[in-house]
Design a protein around this ligand. Structure first.
Ligand code: MSP
Length: 533
């Protein structure tokens, strides 16, 4: 067990704080799975990691959803929040903080932050007129709207006309500073397509945005004028800061920012890019705070090629999916099959085919057939050889030697599909290697040493693949490690101790003849047909 050094690099990352107008949908699950994979990978590197998720509970959208059920907004939120927590539990998400924007300590942080921006002279009163989408909680430009004044994102919802006194934030003042920041930090917004989108939006000229609402009481009062309620997005973005507070710390900005600020990575969907890549950094500049390192906007998921939505009656329930197929299967499909950053599709037959091909056939069979051969050809004694006896030009060794680095780079750039593909190519090479080498014939010819060399190379390949896939499929990887006699549970890497550090386990050749190989058990059962609840 390697202890994580207190002085080690820290890595703080966030999912969006999800609206609680309804139970979680597959979009929220998608971002959260990706965040968990990054967090697990960073922990393997030995970094101190803080994964933040949570809920965004104020604003008109939530207020109306509560009203529709005849509930008080707080009771309504309290009833929905557990559905997020339980989904994260069944999806095997190891988050460190769950930030709720209705928490009293959050109000203290928002007040202090607002005070800073106010003192800076960046807030003023004005008249807001325009089209408002309650589902986005955002004003829209007339030219963005679809026919019938419908929102381009919530296409079945009409925007509402507003003409009211609001407080505004001087976003326009930060135009140049933001542009300079984007230039000097080319990696701030990713992927490149999203960066271009933001640069083009900003170059059209930034307009001040309103940070308060009148005639809405579900939110924090504006500290300088309690007749007004703070705009839900102003409050929500600060939820990331509140989350950084130690559980028993006094809620001050100084305490919140002491250890984990600036945040290393905000993972979001492309629809909320402007808030994170433009408004948020401008608010932070106003408060004289360092800016986050990276904002990554992923794409949207469709089902069977169609936009998902309640109105369309084609939503994909993440709870049902996990209950039918298990958390590793769901995690693997979305990360392996979709390029993170691009839109992607869910289709049940493809889902089943991918899992059967990759996890049941390629990975599962490789482990199974090679462990069975060890049992059969090594008289139940396990392997007697070590890595040194493997030929320098063995094809599996060649792939294995460079795979760790390649996969590290893929995880670091959030190219999860590339990480999975690269790992899978080692597994496929392993299956081919067995077929080519035919250890059953070598055994018949009495070439025991050669048989063991083949089996060693293959089992070491399975081990390495399992290790590198562990952020994505931690349960399956733990089962494989168990069967290889390595007894490591990838769900039990704690904040203070890493059982299988990347510096050691990502390298080729750590399986030794001391390992007591276990009994072969299927690690992923073939799915025969779509499962219904
Ligand atoms: N409350 C705000 C975020 C505030 S962060 C300080 C919010 N919440 S949300 O619940 O509506 O959206 C959460 C995330 O789900 C967003 O990142 C959004 O992109 C994502 N998705 C919603 N539908 C989606 C798909 N169909 N596909 C993929 N992700 C999508 O916005």
């Amino acid at each position: 067990m390697n202890l994580v050094d207190k002085t080690n690099k820290t890595f703080a990352l966030t999912t969006p704080l999800y609206y609680v107008n309804d139970v979680p949908h597959i979009g929220s699950a998608y971002t959260t799975i990706a965040a968990d994979v990054v967090a697990r990978f960073q922990r393997l590197l030995g970094h101190r990691v803080l994964l933040i998720t949570g809920t965004d509970e104020h604003g008109q959208k939530i207020q109306r959803s509560a009203e529709a059920l005849g509930k008080a907004p707080q009771d309504f939120c309290d009833a929905i929040v557990p559905s997020f927590m339980s989904l994260w539990e069944i999806l095997n998400i190891q988050y460190d903080r769950f930030s709720r924007t209705t928490a009293p300590r959050h109000e203290a942080i928002v007040k202090e932050f607002f005070g800073r921006v106010w003192e800076k002279g960046d807030i003023y009163q004005g008249q807001q007129t325009g089209w408002y989408c309650v589902s986005c909680e955002e004003f829209k430009e007339e030219r963005e709207l679809l026919e019938g004044h419908r929102c381009p994102i919530h296409t079945n919802k009409e925007v509402e006309w507003r003409d009211e006194k609001n407080y505004f934030f001087r976003l326009s003042k930060y135009q140049t500073q933001l542009e300079e920041f984007y230039q000097s930090h080319p990696d701030f917004i990713q992927p490149a397509s999203r960066r271009n989108e933001v640069l083009s939006f900003v170059s059209q000229g930034l307009q001040d945005f309103s940070v308060s609402r009148i005639n809405l009481d579900w939110g924090f009062p504006v500290p300088t004028d309690p007749q007004h309620t703070l705009y839900v997005w102003f409050d929500a973005l600060l939820g990331y800061v509140t989350a950084l507070l130690e559980p028993d710390a006094e809620p001050t900005l100084a305490n919140a920012l002491a250890t984990w600020w600036p945040i290393n990575l905000h993972l979001i969907g492309k629809d909320i890019l402007r808030f994170h890549a433009v408004y948020w950094p401008a608010m932070l500049l106003s408060a004289d705070l360092p800016l986050p390192q990276r904002v990554f906007g992923h794409g949207f998921l469709t089902k069977d090629g169609q936009k998902m939505g309640k109105a369309l009656g084609n939503t994909l329930d993440p709870v049902a999916l996990v209950k039918s197929y298990g958390s590793d299967a769901v995690r693997y499909y979305f990360l392996k099959e979709i390029e993170f950053g691009k839109d992607g599709d869910f289709n049940e037959s493809r889902f089943i085919n991918v899992l059967n091909a990759d996890l049941a056939n390629d990975l599962g069979n490789l482990l199974n057939r090679s462990l069975n051969m060890v049992k059969k050809y090594c008289a139940g004694n396990g392997l007697t050889i070590t890595e040194e006896t493997i030929a320098a030009d063995s094809p599996l060794r060649t792939i294995g030697l460079s795979l760790g680095e390649e996969v590290q780079q893929a995880y670091e750039t959030l190219a999860f599909n590339q990480a999975c593909e690269a790992i899978l190519s080692l597994v496929q090479a392993g299956n081919k290697f067995i077929d080519d080498q035919a250890p059953w014939s070598l055994y018949k010819q009495g070439q025991q040493q050669e048989v063991e060399k083949v089996l060693y190379a293959v089992l070491e390949s399975v081990r390495l693949a399992a290790y590198l896939l562990s952020p994505v499929i931690p349960n399956i990887s733990s089962d494989i490690y168990q069967q290889l006699g390595l007894g490591i549970n990838f769900n039990e890497q704690t904040k203070t101790a890493i059982a299988a550090p990347f510096s050691i386990h990502s390298k080729w050749g750590i399986l030794s003849n001391k390992q007591q190989l276990g009994n072969p058990q299927p690690i992923f059962k073939r799915i025969e047909s779509p499962k219904k609840d």
